[in-house]
Ligand binder design. Structure first.
Ligand code: AMP
Ligand code: ZN
Length: 125
């Protein structure tokens, strides 16, 4: 396996390295799932790969298995947290225009209330 990419001055790399705190729901050799510090729904988790990949624009075919793993971890977390039946949102903001503010790729898993279009759209031009 390739050594994991780590970036200094990246809050999610710090959380992965456990030098910054997080409310951790799950972790494995490829990713961590933490609570969002500023939740937009009753359940708002972040699925974060251990490797520092800035955004979806930086993923390549070498990351195909990782991308699939992150999606399946999100599905498993939705089941574990009891929101799978009612429904939930899995979001991947990409670039500033896509609403991305932390440039270490991550999925948002949102649930616990009906989703509408106001979620994840905070008026970024
Ligand atoms: P995005 O805007 O898609 O890049 O999402 C970044 C998310 O990370 C935001 O929803 C923030 O609330 C969240 N966030 C930033 N810092 C932390 C942190 N230290 N712990 C947990 N969530 C964080
Ligand atoms: Zn990082």
């Amino acid at each position: 396996m390739q050594p994991k990419q780590v970036m200094t001055n990246c809050i999610f790399c710090d959380i992965i390295a456990k030098t910054a705190p997080a409310d951790t729901y799950y972790e494995d050799d490829q990713c961590m799932v933490i609570a969002n510090i500023n939740p937009l729904a009753p359940l708002h988790l972040l699925i974060i790969p251990r490797s520092h990949i800035a955004s979806l624009n930086d993923m390549t075919s070498a990351d195909e298995a990782l991308a699939g793993h992150l999606v399946l971890v999100a599905k498993a977390m939705a089941e574990k947290m009891g929101i799978a039946e009612k429904g939930y949102r899995l979001a991947l903001n990409t670039g500033r225009g896509g609403g991305q503010t932390v440039f270490h790729i991550h999925f948002h898993l949102l649930g616990g209330k009906p989703m509408d279009d106001s979620l994840l759209s905070r008026g970024i031009a």
